[in-house]
Design a protein around this ligand. Structure first.
Ligand code: ADP
Ligand code: F6P
Length: 324
């Protein structure tokens, strides 16, 4: 029989994402409502190793559902990638009386959770990253807010791009994943959208399209590039040199990681945080909570980490057909 979970630890790890606070709030309040104690761990696995922890109560998570960032802070912890660091983490959990841990973060954070699970600390992962690059989940906390922030910024750029008959090359986040770029490209009517998942051809995918639309009267252009593809400034220079169209580069950067979470992020985070605790309460351990067809589901952590998801490139066809 699975051991009874009386005390839950909760941490946020890796890059922050709007909605992480709503997930922490849901974990804390669901756990308390089931008579469990909750230990908040600050700064991800760093805080676990250093014992940066505090007992959380109902009011520890007041006034945070609408706030971006994470009240638990977050960090990247190199030591935790080592066997020694992981053993120390498991020992710290035992010392602190933590029976199970909820880890809110991305794939890397889940690998840390898997290591702890192998050392006898039950874990549940909650997907929190703006990149939407967790294979087992159709949706990750922070993704919606980040895309809406990017769209708002590109709308502002469009005004000045249009006034000057220019081309704006906008770099959005996503080192290995083009989810943000692809959706923002469609939502802002970009003439071209470049994503890491699909190699591009400068002539075919950008210059020819610009020249064709120029002939139909178009005078200003938005190009969206995911950061994993290359630098916006290099691309803007190239476009200007090849077309003569005055071009500017804008890197949206970390602005996409902040701000008040959207309704979708708040609700998804709340549902996921709730489900994480329900699983622990039922003695179901070492799972990653996920979204599938708008339902909250869960997968074994090893299975979750071995899954792959591919980007829906028909969205590129939509963009290429309509943004012309
Ligand atoms: P994300 O969780 O967003 O993917 P990272 O890849 O930076 O972000 O991982 C966050 C943290 O998770 C790392 O700083 C490290 O502490 C831990 N981590 C990452 N990969 C591993 C691994 N293979 N084994 C153990 N811990 C890991
Ligand atoms: O994983 C989220 C993310 O924002 C990526 O889109 C980006 O490449 C990376 O984190 C940036 O990380 P850092 O916070 O270390 O600059």
């Amino acid at each position: 029989m699975a051991k009874e979970v009386k005390t839950i630890g909760v941490l946020t790890s890796g890059g922050d994402a709007p909605g992480m606070n709503a997930a922490v709030r849901a974990v804390v309040r669901t756990a308390l409502s089931h008579g469990m104690r909750v230990i908040g761990i600050e700064r991800g696995y760093n805080g676990l190793l250093n014992g940066e922890t505090y007992e959380m109560n109902l009011r520890s998570v007041s006034e945070i559902i609408h706030r971006g960032g994470t009240v638990l802070y977050t960090a990247r912890c190199l030591e935790f990638k080592t066997e020694e660091g992981q053993k120390k983490g498991a020992e710290m959990c035992k010392k602190l009386g933590i029976d199970a841990l909820v880890v809110i973060g991305g794939d890397g954070s889940f690998r840390g959770a898997k290591a702890l699970a192998n050392l006898g600390i039950p874990c549940i992962g909650i997907p929190g990253t703006i990149d939407n690059d967790i294979a087992c989940s159709e949706y990750t906390i922070g993704y919606d807010t980040a895309m809406n922030t990017a769209v708002e910024m590109v709308d502002k750029l469009r005004d000045t791009t249009q006034s000057h008959d220019r081309c704006s090359v906008v770099e959005v986040m996503g080192r290995n994943a083009g989810y943000i770029a692809l959706n923002v490209g469609i939502a802002t009517g970009a003439i071209a959208t470049l994503i890491p998942e699909r190699p591009y051809d400068l002539e075919r995918d950008i210059l020819d399209r610009m020249q064709f639309t120029q002939k139909t009267g178009k005078k200003h252009f938005i190009v969206i590039v995911a950061e994993g593809v290359g630098h916006a400034q290099d691309l803007a220079n190239e476009i200007q040199a090849r077309t003569g169209i005055d071009s500017r580069a804008t890197v949206l950067g970390h602005v996409q990681r902040g701000g008040s979470p959207s309704l979708r992020d708040r609700v998804t985070a709340s549902r996921m945080g709730y489900q994480a605790v329900i699983l622990l309460e039922k003695g179901i351990f070492n799972r990653v909570v996920a979204v599938s067809a708008d339902k909250i589901v869960d997968y074994d952590i090893n299975v979750a980490l071995s899954m792959h998801k591919s980007i829906d490139t028909t969205l590129l066809d939509v963009a290429e057909t309509i943004s012309i």
